[in-house]
Design a binder for this molecule. Structure first.
Ligand SMILES: [Zn+2]
Length: 127
C-alpha cells in the first residue's frame, strides 16, 4: 500500500458503540462554543474551522450531521478488525498526541497510514 507522506488529516472518534467507558473517552461538544472537547477531561481537541470532510469508500455508512453549528459535517461509521464500531469525523488538525507507531494495514482511508491519537491531558483515546 502506498502511503502519502505529504498529506495528512486526523479522524476524531465521534462515538463508539461499546463499551460504555470507551464511549466516555471520545469527543463531545461544549455548549455555546466552537470547540470539540475530550469527553473525559474537557481538553479542547479541535475547533469548527478545522472540520474537513474526507469521505472513505470503506465506510459502512455515511451521514451528514450538524456539529458545532456547522451543517453538512460528514460522520462515517467504520468497524475495526475486533468488530467494534466507530463513528468518525475528520479534521485538518487537532490538539492531540500521536501514540505508538503508524500502521498501513487496516487503514480506513486507503493510501494513508494510521496511528492512535490520545488526549494530551488525560490520555483518553480520541482518534
Ligand atoms: Zn482528555
Amino acid at each position: 500500500m502506498r502511503v502519502m507522506l505529504f498529506s495528512s488529516f486526523i479522524f476524531i472518534i465521534w462515538a463508539i458503540d461499546t463499551p460504555l467507558d470507551a464511549y466516555a473517552a471520545n469527543a463531545d461538544v461544549q455548549q455555546n462554543s466552537d470547540s470539540l472537547l475530550c469527553r473525559r477531561c474537557g481538553h479542547d481537541i479541535t475547533y469548527t474551522a478545522k472540520l474537513d470532510n474526507r469521505a472513505s469508500k470503506l465506510a459502512l455508512r455515511q451521514r451528514n450531521d450538524t456539529i458545532l453549528g456547522v451543517q453538512q459535517c460528514l460522520v462515517q461509521l467504520f468497524r475495526n478488525p475486533q468488530g467494534q464500531h466507530f463513528e468518525l469525523i475528520t479534521v485538518t488538525s487537532a490538539n492531540i498526541k500521536p501514540h505508538g507507531e503508524a500502521f498501513e494495514e487496516h487503514s480506513w482511508f486507503p493510501g494513508y497510514a494510521w496511528r492512535l491519537a490520545v488526549c494530551p491531558q488525560c490520555g483518553a483515546h480520541v482518534g
